[in-house]
Structures are given as C-alpha cells and as structure tokens.
Design a protein around this ligand. Structure first.
Ligand code: GLU
Length: 417
C-alpha cells in the first residue's frame, strides 16, 4: 500500500473517532466514489507506440463537483491518486469551496517526452476521461509537472469531443488568454507564505527575522521562498531533487532561481554549503521548514533531528504518520497540506466562477480574495485547535475534524448517511 494511502486513511480515522462517528461512516468516507483507469497510447517521434497508464479518482461529491489536479510523474500509482483525491475532499471542504475531491495522475516522466508527445499524451488521457469530467462534474487543474499549457490542451481536446461546445470551466489553471488567472501560477506559493506568516506570528511572535528552509524548488517552493524573503525572512536552506544548499547568512532567492533555470540544480549556488543529499537540509538550523516537493520527505528517519518549530506543508502528504506524531509530541506545529497549500484550489475556484459568468475578475481582486480566504481559514483551524482540542493532538487533527464534519453533514442532508 502506498504511504499516501496509509497517511490519508490514518488521519481520516483519527478525525472520525474524535468526532464520535462510527466505523461504518469511516468506511463510507474513505472509499472513492469512482476510479477511472485509462490506457494512453502515444506514437513517439521515432515512430514507435508507447503505452502509458493514467487514472482519475473521484473521491467524494457531497459538497459539489470533484475538483483537483492532474500529475504527471514516473512513480504515480493508482493508490497514490486515490489518497490524493481524498486529501482534495478535505482541502476543498476546509476551504469552504463548493467542491468535492478528485485527482488525476499519469505514470510518465514528462521530461523524457517532446512537447508534441506530451500534447498527444494529454489528449489521449482526456479522451479516456472526457465522459466523466465537465464544469459541473469534475474539474481538473495543474499538479506536479503539469502547467497552463497542459490545461490548454485539456480544454481543447474536451471541446473537440463535445463537438465545439466551449466550456472554459472544465479545467482551471489555464493560460490567461483562455480564461485563466496570472495569480493562479503563484497562488499556492502565496497561500503557503501567508499561512507561514500567520503561524510564525502565533509561534515565534513575528515572521520578520525568522529563518526558513524550503525543500523543493518547483513552482510552490520558488514562489513561497520569493514572497517570504520579500517579507523579511531569511531563506537559509533550499533543496531540489538533486541536491541542497545551506547558508546561515541567507540565500539570494532571485539569484538561486536564475541558477536553477540554467543548471536545474540548486547546489550550484556558489555561496554556502552544498549538500549532496537534498534531505539533509531538513536537519539544519531554521525556525521554519516548508516541504514543497513530494510525499514522505519528513519521516521517521529524519523527524527526530528536525530543529524547526514550524512546518508548513506546501506539498501534499509530505509528513508520514510516525513523523507527525513524533514532532507533535516535541511541540512542533505542523500546518497541514489541506490548509497550507489550499491557495491553488481557492484561486482555481475564482477562475471557474469567472469562466461561468463570462466575466474576468481583475488579478488584484483575485489576490485579495485569496489572502482573505486563507486568513479566515487559518484562523478557523487555529481557534478549533486551541479552543476545542486545547492543543491536544495536531493542528492537522483540527483541520480534518472541521473538513470531515462538513462533508458528513452534507452527506446527511443529502440522505447518504
Ligand atoms: N493540484 C492542486 C492541489 O493539490 C490544485 C487543485 C486545483 O486547483 O483544483 O491542491
């Protein structure tokens, strides 16, 4: 079983038990409503046909159409996609969005494909899932290694299959010309930065002057690091999949982004210590760690050596259950993925509303709405954790309890429970 499934099920079970709900309700909540597997044949540039496999998991639709990204990654499994779709159900419920949870994945290393092959792969995947998606049914978005260009192909293929019926709201994270928002690209990173600020104010007194390590220098990590450094924090460590760099005097994030663009390796940053094992950066001194790469990076092997007081989960599922328990006992505050990285889907919702109204909200307004919503959601979770749980257990437990209760109440109202 994939570790994401173990995490998703364990965290759900704990919330269900704490809410006093039954084992039957737990079974009902953990089981996805539908999982689609599709075969994706791609004719590669050398004339051969390569066969890929992809999935779309539709976990729960009690609160609205399924919503969640599509990832392209060589290690994706069906179990992982199911677990991530479950996380989306709680993320969307916690954010107060009119969405259920879904997630898609294709087992592929997109870096090995040409642009043309990637387009073909995307179109074939859409052919497989088209009858199960739509603006009122299931709305995909970007995730690991997918971007606005991939979303534009999804839109185009969907419209082709629907005989020209242009429904911009079938997918979010699109380029601006096609109804997307510029803000969407930085939204997850901005949301992560916002909750980092709010958490730092609670735990450290203030954000300014604090030191931060970012694990993962893709879209989320880069924007979070940039924004936090412009807000007066010192980014002391950054890792990508190849290596890491640590400098207690601070790293120039803009310069690092330039190097990353050129060599695709943050370890090439000239000032500081290069760590050949990227995960070693997690053990270094800093007030805050932002895991913004893949799952399980904070685990029982490194949890006891972590010195940070706050962890903000930019990625989905970056902390294993054992690590969460150990760190929570030590008093480390973990701002869970379903709260910390919800800026992306919150902005997706604004895009979707724009598309359906045929009216484009200004970027500034979108950013302001994102800020208000993230702040409101953070406050709700923090106050639940402080007042209802008296800080017993993790912040994640509080976030899950709010989300699970909302979904259960919707299911009750609809007569499903
Ligand atoms: N893939 C992102 C996530 O995990 C965004 C999903 C969306 O915008 O629908 O939250």
């Amino acid at each position: 079983m994939s570790s994401e499934i173990i995490q998703a099920e364990t965290f759900l079970k704990r919330a269900v038990e704490k809410l006093g709900l039954s084992q039957e309700v737990y079974e009902l909540l953990k089981t996805p409503e539908r999982v689609i597997q599709v075969k994706i044949p791609v004719r590669t540039n050398d004339g051969k046909v390569r066969t890929f496999v992809g999935w779309r998991s539709q976990h729960n639709s009690a609160l609205g159409p399924y919503k969640g990204g599509i990832r392209y990654h060589p290690d994706v499994t069906m179990d992982e996609v199911i677990a991530l779709s479950m996380i989306m159900t709680w993320k969307n419920a916690l954010a107060g969005l009119p969405y259920g949870g879904g997630k898609g994945g294709v087992k592929v290393n997109p870096k090995e494909l040409s642009k043309q092959e990637l387009e073909q792969l995307t179109r074939q995947y859409v052919r497989g899932i088209a009858r199960y998606i739509g603006p009122d049914i299931d709305i995909p978005a970007p995730d690991v290694y997918t971007d606005p260009q991939v979303m534009a192909w999804i839109l185009d293929e969907f419209v082709n299959l629907k005989m020209g019926d242009i429904q911009f709201g079938v997918v979010t994270g699109k380029p601006t010309l096609l109804g997307g928002l510029d803000t969407r690209v930085k939204a997850t990173g901005l949301g992560v930065a916002l909750v980092t600020k709010l958490a730092a104010e609670k735990v450290l007194g203030q954000l300014e002057g604090s030191t931060v390590i970012v694990h993962g220098f893709g879209n989320v990590g880069q924007y979070a690091a940039r924004i936090l450094s412009s807000w007066g924090t010192k980014i002391v460590g950054v890792a990508d999949s190849k290596s890491a760099v640590y400098n207690k005097n601070g790293i120039d994030v803009e310069k690092l982004a330039e190097i990353k663009k050129k060599t695709d390796n943050v370890g090439d940053y000239p000032e500081g210590t290069k760590l050949s094992n990227p995960d070693d950066v997690l053990k270094m001194n800093a007030d805050i760690i932002i895991p913004a790469s893949i799952a399980d990076v904070i685990n029982k092997q490194n949890a006891s050596e972590i010195k940070a007081k706050i962890i903000v989960e930019g990625a989905n599922s970056p902390t294993t259950v054992e690590a969460e328990d150990l760190l929570t006992r030590k008093g480390v505050v973990i701002i869970p993925d379903i709260l910390a990285n919800s800026g992306g889907v919150i902005t997706s919702h604004i895009e979707w509303v724009n598309n359906r109204m045929g009216m484009w909200l200004k970027e500034q307004e979108a950013e302001q709405r994102l800020t208000e919503k993230m702040t409101e959601n953070f406050k709700a979770v923090w106050s639940y954790w402080e007042n209802k749980l008296s800080r017993q257990g993790s912040v994640r437990l509080a976030a899950y309890m709010i989300a699970v209760e909302r979904v259960v109440n919707a299911m009750k109202l609809r007569g499903q429970i």
